[in-house]
Design a protein around this ligand. Structure first.
Ligand code: AKG
Ligand code: FE2
Length: 356
C-alpha cells in the first residue's frame, strides 16, 4: 500500500488565447523499433532546429501515476514544516548543488525583487542526502520515478539525439549512467502568486530567461500556463499544456557535447493569464546531466559551427554545473549595452546570458 498523500488539484486549464509555440510531438512508443527511431530522430532534428523544444507522449506512465507524482511533489512543500525545510536546505554556495530545498526568495530577479518559488531537489540516488521526515515514506516511489525517467525516457531520447548527430546510438547513453556519480535529479517546484508590486517591478517575469545547465530537461506538463520559450524569430511564445505529456529541451551540456548543433534554448516563466492568477503552480522535472567526470568537449564538429570549448579547455560536467549553480540568481550580472533586457556573466570563460 502506498502512503497517503493529499491530492494536489491544479488550476483549471486557461481559456485565454495566447501566442503559443507550435511544438512537434515525439510519440515515444514508436522508439522500440529501428524504423521508428529513424522517423522520430527526424522529428527531433527539425524540432531542435526550429524550436529547441518538443513534446513527448506515450512515455508509459498513465494519468493516475502522473497525478500521484504531483501529489507527492506537493508533500515536499505543504507537508513539511518551515523548520524542516531549513534543516534540509541546499548548499548552493558551498557545494554548487541544488540537492535539498531552494528556499523562496533565494534568487534575484530584477529591480531588487526576488523569486517566489521553492524547490525540493532529489538526486536519483536518494541516499545521497537525508530527507525531511514527512517526505521519507514517499522515497521508494520517488526513486522508482527517477529510474523510470532515466531509463525509459532519458535514454531513449539520448538515442534519438545521437542519431541526429550521426553518432552511434549508445554514445550519449554511455555518458549518462544511472549508477555513476553525477547530479541528474528530480526537481519538485512550487511557485506562489506574487504581489502587484512584484509583478510591476519585474514586468511580470517570475523566472528570468535562461538555458538549463545539463544535457536534457524533462518537464512534466502541468496546466498553469507561464512557461515561454524564446523562438527563433526572437519572440517569446507560451508552451501549451498537454495532459500527461513531457516538454523536452536541451541544456548547455548537450550544446557543448554536440559542438553547438543541438542548441540550449532560452526559456523563462512569466505571470499566468488572468484566469489562472491566484493559484499555486506545481512543477515536476527531471534534470539530466552527464556523469560528473565527463569532459564537455565536442563529440563532433560541423563546418561553420564554432564549438564553445575545445578538448583542451572544456570543463567537466561537475565543473560546469557547480559554477552555474553557485552563480545563478546570486552573481551581479552585467547589462549588455547593445541588447535591451539582456544581462551577462562569464562562467568558465563562456558568456552566459540572462533575459528579462
Ligand atoms: O517552471 C517552469 O515551467 C520552468 C522552470 C525552469 O525553467 C527551470 O527550473 O529551469
Ligand atoms: Fe529552465
Amino acid at each position: 500500500m502506498n502512503t497517503y498523500a493529499p491530492h494536489y488539484e491544479p488550476a483549471p486549464v486557461t481559456t485565454a488565447e495566447l501566442d503559443w509555440a507550435d511544438l512537434p510531438t515525439v510519440d515515444l512508443s514508436l522508439a522500440s523499433t529501428v524504423d521508428g527511431r529513424v522517423a522520430l530522430s527526424r522529428i527531433v532534428e527539425q524540432a531542435m532546429q526550429e524550436h529547441g523544444f518538443f513534446y513527448v507522449t506515450n512515455h508509459g506512465l498513465d494519468a493516475d501515476q502522473n497525478a500521484r507524482i504531483f501529489d507527492i511533489a506537493d508533500v515536499a512543500f505543504s507537508g513539511v514544516s518551515p523548520q524542516d525545510k531549513e534543516t534540509y536546505v541546499a548548499k548552493m554556495k558551498e557545494n554548487g548543488s541544488y540537492q535539498g530545498y531552494k528556499p523562496r526568495q533565494y534568487w534575484h530577479i530584477d529591480n531588487g525583487v526576488r523569486d517566489q518559488n521553492e524547490h525540493y531537489n532529489v538526486n536519483r540516488d536518494i541516499t545521497r542526502r537525508e530527507h525531511p521526515e514527512a517526505f521519507r515514506p514517499f522515497l521508494p516511489e520517488v526513486s522508482a520515478f527517477t529510474k523510470y525517467n532515466h531509463e525509459q525516457i532519458l535514454h531513449p531520447l539520448l538515442r534519438l539525439f545521437a542519431r541526429v548527430l550521426g553518432l552511434p546510438e549508445e554514445t550519449l547513453v554511455q555518458l549518462h549512467n544511472y549508477e555513476a556519480v553525477g547530479e541528474t535529479y528530480v526537481r519538485f517546484m512550487k511557485y506562489y502568486p506574487r504581489s502587484e508590486e512584484e509583478e510591476q517591478s519585474t514586468q511580470q517575469v517570475w523566472l528570468k530567461g535562461h538555458t538549463d545547465f545539463g544535457t536534457v530537461t524533462i518537464l512534466w506538463s502541468q496546466p498553469v500556463t507561464a512557461l515561454q520559450i524564446l523562438s527563433r524569430d526572437n519572440v517569446w511564445r507560451f508552451v501549451k499544456h498537454v495532459p500527461n505529456a513531457l516538454v523536452i529541451n536541451a541544456g548547455d551540456a548537450l550544446e557543448f557535447l554536440s559542438g553547438g548543433i543541438l542548441k540550449a534554448t532560452i526559456h523563462r516563466v512569466v505571470q499566468p493569464p488572468p484566469d489562472q492568477r491566484g493559484y499555486t503552480r506545481l512543477g515536476v522535472f527531471y534534470f539530466a546531466m552527464t556523469d560528473d567526470s565527463v569532459k564537455l568537449a565536442p563529440l563532433i564538429k560541423r563546418d561553420g559551427i564554432q564549438p564553445r570549448f575545445t578538448e583542451e579547455n572544456a570543463p567537466t560536467m561537475a565543473d560546469w554545473r557547480t559554477a552555474r549553480t553557485r552563480a545563478y540568481g546570486q552573481s551581479v550580472l552585467k547589462k549588455n549595452e547593445a541588447e535591451k533586457g539582456v544581462e551577462e556573466e562569464v562562467i568558465n570563460g563562456v558568456v552566459v546570458r540572462h533575459y528579462n
